[in-house]
Ligand binder design. Structure first.
Ligand SMILES: Nc1ncnc2c1ncn2[C@@H]1O[C@H](COP(=O)(O)OP(=O)(O)OP(=O)(O)O)[C@@H](O)[C@H]1O
Ligand SMILES: [Mg+2]
Length: 166
């Protein structure tokens, strides 16, 4: 019998239909903690659709998703992130008019106890993370004004932890 917590993620019989297209037809998948999986399939096979369901962008038509042994209903990317699911889209979509830090913490800016954005924490955490990935820079600068090589910006798309352990 499966030990529930052995799997961080279980997708069971998930289906999704778009008008005229069955994108996912009873798809199942089990991922153990620490495992890395690759999805390979032809264009239109449904890879992105499954990822978007896991990220809360799309609602599944049927089936279930268990995260760390518990059934979850992921209704939005914010809920996905709260569970610990982050997605890095292949298209580079940074917002040039915002700072590097704002791009890194988009949708999850660190707030103080009054619910206001704690900019000092946002910038200092962003600076720390940039240093950690080997690109120390001032996270206050705007993406558009930066001379950072374009090819390196993909790193900002990583699912950065909101909290830093260590
Ligand atoms: N928002 C949508 N509205 C309608 N049809 C969609 C939508 N998203 C995906 N589809 C359709 O669902 C099917 C699966 O698409 P999906 O993007 O998941 O495939 P994929 O495996 O990621 O393909 P690719 O390798 O091209 O990225 C395709 O037939 C696609 O046209
Ligand atoms: Mg795709």
């Amino acid at each position: 019998m499966d030990n529930l917590s052995e799997y961080i993620l279980e997708v069971k019989d998930v289906s999704k239909e778009f008008p005229g297209v069955k994108a996912l037809d009873h798809v199942s998948l089990k991922v153990k903690k620490g495992e890395i999986h690759a999805f390979v399939g032809e264009n239109g096979a449904g890879k992105s659709t499954l990822m978007k369901i896991l990220n809360g962008n799309y609602k599944k038509d049927g089936g279930s998703i268990l995260f760390d042994g518990k059934e979850v209903d992921i209704k939005s990317p914010v809920e996905a992130r709260e569970l610990g699911i982050s997605i890095i889209f292949q298209e580079l979509n940074l917002v040039p008019a915002l700072s590097v830090a704002e791009n890194m913490f988009m949708g999850r800016l660190i707030k103080n106890k009054f619910g206001f954005v704690d900019w000092n924490s946002v910038y200092s955490r962003a600076d720390q993370l940039l240093k950690r990935i080997g690109y120390p820079m001032d996270s206050r600068i705007l993406v558009e004004g930066s001379v950072w090589p374009k090819s390196r910006w993909w790193r900002l798309q990583r699912p950065f932890p909101t909290r830093i352990q260590s």
